[in-house]
Design a protein. Structure first.
Length: 202
């Protein structure tokens, strides 16, 4: 691990331990064993450290690995199911943090960094952008399913994609706010009902 990454991860660990997103340079120096001058060699100020942590461990968390999702094969039902399961797997663990050995509930990190994320200048645009990407991804699967008479054709692909995104957002919200144990189990409990609504009808 390079020095810059070590500073980011050790600062994040301090945030988790203190349950606070405000950490001093002196605390970061003590945690990393790097002199303050060494820290300022990599970051111009404390805000730059906060911004990079927010980008890497908050904003990146909400991005989707669409390249990985596009590798999933099957008919429309299988693709939708397996893609949603993969999304919930990604969201359940979050980005890798090499220097923290203890198992972390990623919700702790999201809670600590939420204020930083919301204060980001492009937060609203960012949120709309990632949901648009997911919508377009699902629309491709749905359009193919409609063409192959696997998904009903009396609804637009956009309408059905939006219904899937709403299901995803609802389960994600319950995991973050109401602390349900497992997003995948919650999804499995709802998937057959959701599929029944969108499956092809003669």
């Amino acid at each position: 691990m390079n020095t810059k990454q070590l500073i980011l991860e050790k600062t994040l660990k301090l945030m988790i331990e203190k349950q606070d997103s405000i950490i001093s340079i002196r605390e970061i120096s003590a945690a990393t064993g790097i002199a303050t001058g060494g820290i300022y060699h990599h970051f111009s100020n404390k805000e730059e450290i906060y911004n990079e942590i927010t980008e890497k461990y908050y904003m990146d968390y909400y991005r989707f690995n669409l390249d990985e999702l596009r590798q999933i094969k099957g008919n429309a039902k299988e693709k939708i199911h397996d893609c949603m399961v993969e999304i919930f797997k990604q969201k359940g663990t979050g980005p890798e943090i090499e220097s923290i050995d203890d198992e972390i509930d990623y919700r702790q990190i999201l809670l600590i960094l939420t204020g930083n994320g919301f204060s980001s200048e492009n937060y609203e645009e960012f949120g709309q952008s990632i949901l648009k990407q997911l919508r377009e991804f699902f629309k491709e699967i749905i359009a193919e399913g409609q063409k192959n008479r696997q998904i009903r054709q009396d609804f637009s692909s956009e309408t059905i994609a939006d219904s899937l995104i709403l299901m995803y957002m609802g389960i994600q919200y319950k995991w973050e706010v109401y602390l349900i144990d497992d997003m995948i189990s919650a999804f499995e409990d709802n998937f057959n009902l959701q599929w029944e609504k969108i499956r092809f009808r003669e």
